[in-house]
Design a protein around this ligand. Structure first.
Ligand SMILES: [Zn+2]
Length: 184
């Protein structure tokens, strides 16, 4: 099964909202919800089945609800932010205990994002190397990637993202389905 989620519940009405990072007039949570929905639309077109987070769920509620398994593909979207407006690029995060499937999936997602958006490829790093530390998402079973698509704090990253987000969603959906089919 495919599990797809938007980092930060910026639109919740029932639980406390988490906007995520703010940059260039955008809330990270709004962008991740929009991108998740675009990828889901492409998954629908591919007739792929998936479970997604609800906009009324915090990450903890979502992780508590889902039951992933060995062959699952788990992806969550975020945008990076930095004090310097020049910080740019896309990053893939994987778990400390990653296997070759996690690494290959995250590399393909990150390479494709960099190529489609035409921004710097910051590569794949494990959670311990990131400023986030150990992540709840990474404790799920399956092939897991947290994708930092671009820098919300960088105007050029955002322009490129808005110019190419539909193609990016299509490519992501294709990669997700490919990896979901890899382990029966
Ligand atoms: Zn985030």
């Amino acid at each position: 099964m495919i599990f797809i989620s938007a980092g930060h519940n910026s639109k919740s009405k029932k639980v406390k909202q988490d906007p995520g990072a703010i940059g260039n007039g955008y809330k990270e949570g709004d962008l991740t919800i929009d991108f998740r929905d675009r990828v889901c639309k492409e998954l629908d077109a591919l007739k792929a089945r998936y479970i997604k987070d609800s906009d009324e769920e915090t990450l903890a509620m979502y992780l508590n609800r889902i039951r992933t398994g060995n062959g699952s593909v788990v992806i969550e979207y975020h945008f990076d932010a930095a004090e310097s407006p020049a910080a740019t690029g896309t990053t893939g995060l994987i778990e400390e205990e990653s296997d070759r499937f996690d690494k290959a999936f995250a590399k393909e997602i990150t390479d494709t994002t960099a190529a489609v958006l035409g921004i710097r490829n910051r590569g794949v790093i494990d959670e311990a190397q990131s400023h986030r530390g150990r992540l709840g998402l990474m404790r799920e079973d399956g092939i897991i990637c947290l994708a930092e698509l671009a820098f919300i704090s960088n105007k050029d990253d955002m322009d490129r993202y808005f110019g190419h987000r539909d193609l990016l969603a299509k490519r992501h959906a294709e990669i997700i389905v490919k990896y979901e089919n890899m382990i029966p």
